[in-house]
Design a protein around this ligand. Structure first.
Ligand code: HDD
Length: 747
């Protein structure tokens, strides 16, 4: 039959069905016309969400072998099956009549449902919750004396993909829980991929990888009820860390403000282990990797973290992507701490193979060797962020491992885990994981093989493929001939690993009074959530070995006696570099909330908005309703705004309470107190005050601060002009918070 006739026949059959069944049989095909705005013919795709001139995705798309790119999108093409056959209908399964059973022969139905049934893959066993971004790394050339790694050469640009994560929570858990954050970077270098799989905390809970299942089983939800989600505030966690005291150092970092970062953009990153670098001359140096954020290290308050978990569980993910889309590209410098490669592998008495120890920056300064800029949001979360697979064994020539027993075990685990998570040994062929260096391996076949390998001799030696491929060449990775001590096989650690307390005390002593208060409260909260008295008492015994004041404060809060130390307290030299307080930072990407309504000085607001943008920050107008106030777009309303998303607040008006507003409080007799400012705006101001944020006001906004009794208080700016108010607030923002607002009783 000619094509035309087939089409006519199909249409005639469809018309017949409609004629027979429409409006006559319950469940008959609908005669309701589609909504008028549903396109019925292909049209151009919507424009991309952001256009910041960010660099092209250099991740190969699969087009190398002449096949169409593997990047797929719904853009104007007709709908097809997975085999490319055009489809006429994807809304109704093929049935024996409109009320009949679905037919097994409906390939499209089976294909669609089967694929859906298998959409999920196992989430990562740890670090399941994460967010990734593309970027570029540029070498400074300052590391060429110590490593031959080409991506560190001066001006060399290397594409990167970074994935940030929490550790304990499931994929859908909240971003702002108290936890360690992962900071994993994939450098697609010309010499092979380099994965730097680090955390925002420079030490780890355990010294030997064989303990990893133990610490993770203890931290994950209880196996019977599967609670609590993404929390360390429960018995099994504290049971383990109080018994396995090498975990105390990492635990204190978690209890400090480092456990609740303000943003991924304001986190430091650490490679944790000591690595071995090798230069062109074959000389080796030991090194620790550091990421230093351009915006400085900055954290949430505990109350903010809790609020954000409810009002915006995607707080960090949103912050990362909003900043990139606003053009405030997150930046870090990569730095190295360098140590002579001596036979004892120690520096200043610190065992460099012990991953529970830092080397204070005051003893070994961090030397900047390159810059990382994140400038592109992934196009597809699953394809990129979920499928990216990191592995510590992905090393370029010039960077090698040491015998750190935690690092050694990780070298096994990361490859192993991908076999289950990404279902087979070919996960390196998934676009996000493909090296940008040419690949010429002899790995063949296996599940999900994407390559069509040519040649008949994937073995060595061979003569059939001309002997190819040949190992070696000047640029090849060299397994350093490091001497391995002649020693008996033992299950043991070196004696130097036995000191579990001196560096915890060093961290505690390096904190400012405000940071110490936060640490005390974090221990009080977490241990207060435990049920077992014995666990609380045991952890107090650990705290006694760290610092008597810390121990006494936490004990008081738990209503328990403070025990005496069981080891001599170490004498330590504080490391000021560990504190986040006392420095000033650029305001890039900081978010200023501006409260407006129709009575505000709108031209002043327009000026402030422009100046905030010009300073590289993000203004969000908060109005009584959505849409516009005058000529200005409102991004948040009194109903949707919550203080956590603003780094500072500016009030341009004193909005009257909405007619249905719930009064903020009752007087003693139970009668509502007269409120003349919308209670939601009062709440915003209250919370920004409590969280030590800069607050400014101009025009009618000053009345709000006056009414709240905040005029003239620390970090509160009232000004005649909008510009003056913004200047005052911006100056305060440089220190991240108005620190003096926090009570500080500890010194
Ligand atoms: Fe790990 C994931 C960081 C110790 C086993 N780890 C994972 C991720 C980060 C870290 C950032 C997420 C990677 C991603 O985004 O895909 N892990 C660390 C650091 C450690 C550490 C800084 C100590 C210094 N890890 C560690 C040990 C083991 C593992 C000791 C096992 C013996 N880690 C894994 C894993 C994961 C993982 C099970 C889960 C998903 C994955 O690897 O790809 O293999």
């Amino acid at each position: 039959m000619e094509a035309r006739k087939v089409k006519d026949a199909v249409e005639a059959a469809a018309a017949k069905v409609a004629e027979v069944f429409t409006d006559k049989v319950p469940g008959a095909p609908s005669s309701v016309p589609p909504p008028v705005d549903e396109p019925t013919t292909p049209r151009d795709p919507l424009p991309p969400k952001s256009e910041h001139g960010t660099p092209e995705n250099r991740t190969p798309t699969g087009a190398e072998n002449g096949a169409p790119p593997t990047v797929n999108a719904q853009h104007g093409e007709y709908l097809t099956t997975a085999q490319g056959a055009r489809l006429r209908d994807t809304d109704h399964s093929l049935k024996a009549g409109p009320r009949g059973p679905t037919l097994l022969q409906d390939h499209h139905f089976r294909e669609k449902i089967t694929h859906f049934d298998h959409e999920r893959i196992p989430e990562r066993v740890v670090h399941a919750r994460g967010a990734g971004a593309h970027g570029v790394f540029t070498g400074y050339g300052s590391a060429t004396d110590v490593t031959r790694a080409g991506f560190l050469r001066q001006g060399k640009e290397t594409p990167v993909f970074v994935r940030f994560s929490t550790v304990l929570g499931s994929r859908g858990s909240a971003d702002t829980v108290r936890d360690t954050r992962g900071f994993a970077t994939k450098f697609y270098t010309d010499e092979g991929t380099f994965d730097l799989v680090g955390n925002n905390i420079p030490v780890f809970f355990i010294q030997d990888a064989i303990k990893f299942p133990d610490i993770i089983h203890a931290g994950k939800p209880h196996p019977d009820r599967e609670i609590p989600q993404a929390q360390s505030a429960h018995d099994t966690f504290w049971d383990f860390v109080s018994l396995h005291t090498e975990a105390q150092h990492h635990t204190m970092w978690n209890m400090s403000d480092r456990g609740i970062p303000r943003s991924y953009r304001t986190m430091e990153g650490f490679g944790v282990h000591t690595f071995r670098l090798v230069n062109e001359a074959g000389e080796t140096t030991l090194a620790k990797f550091h990421w230093k954020p351009k915006l400085g290290v900055h954290s949430l308050t505990w109350e903010e973290a809790q609020l954000a978990s409810g009002v915006d569980p995607d707080f960090h993910r949103r912050d990362l992507y909003d900043a990139i889309e606003a053009g405030a590209f997150p930046e870090w410098e990569l730095g190295l701490q360098l140590f002579p490669d001596t036979p004892d592998e120690t520096f200043a008495g610190i065992d460099l193979l012990d991953p529970t120890k830092i080397v204070p920056e005051e003893l070994a300064p961090v030397q900047a060797v390159g810059k990382l800029v994140l400038n592109r949001v992934p196009s597809n979360f699953f394809a990129e962020t979920e499928q990216v697979a990191f592995h510590l064994g992905h090393l370029p020539p010039g960077i090698d491992v040491t015998n750190d027993p935690l690092l050694q075990g990780r070298l096994f685990s990361y490859l192993d885990t991908q076999l289950t998570r990404l279902a087979g040994p070919n996960f390196h062929q998934i676009p996000i994981n493909r090296p940008h260096a040419p690949v010429n391996d002899m790995l063949r076949d296996g599940f999900h093989q994407q390559a069509v390998h040519a040649g008949v001799a994937p073995y060595r030696p061979n003569s059939l493929d001309g002997g190819n491929p040949f190992p070696g060449g000047d640029d090849a990775f060299l397994d350093l001939p490091v001497t391995v001590a002649e020693a008996p096989k033992v299950r043991a650690n070196p004696v130097s690993f036995d000191d579990h307390y001196s560096q915890v005390r060093l961290f505690w002593q390096s904190m400012s009074p405000v940071e110490k208060e936060h640490i005390v409260r974090a221990y009080a909260f977490e241990l207060g959530k435990c049920y077992e008295q014995a666990i609380k008492e045991r952890q107090l015994r650990c705290l006694a070995n760290i610092d008597p004041v810390l121990c006494a404060q936490v004990a008081t809060s738990l209503g328990l006696p403070a025990p005496e130390p069981t080891v001599p307290l170490a004498t330590v030299e504080p490391s000021p570099a560990l504190s986040q307080v006392g420095q000033e930072w650029p305001p890039d990407g900081r978010v200023i909330g501006i409260v407006v309504d129709a009575d505000a000085d709108l031209s002043g607001v327009a000026t402030v908005r422009r100046d905030v943008f010009a300073a590289g920050m993000v203004p969000l107008l908060i109005g009584p309703h959505g849409g516009m106030v005058g000529d200005l777009p409102v991004q948040r309303t009194f109903a949707t705004a919550r203080s956590v998303e603003f780094d500072a607040l500016l009030l341009a008006t004193a909005p009257a309470p909405a007619p249905d507003a719930i009064p903020a409080r009752d007087d003693k007799a139970g009668a509502p107190v007269a409120v003349d400012v919308d209670p939601r705006v009062q709440l915003l101001v209250d919370e920004c005050w409590r969280h030590a944020k800069a607050i400014g006001a101009f025009g009618g906004g000053s009345d709000v601060l006056e009414g709240a009794g905040l005029t003239g208080m620390p970090g509160v700016v009232t000004a005649d002009s909008a510009t003056a108010a913004l200047t005052g607030v911006s100056t305060l923002l440089a220190s991240h918070r108005v620190w003096e607002r926090f009570p500080a009783t500890l010194s």
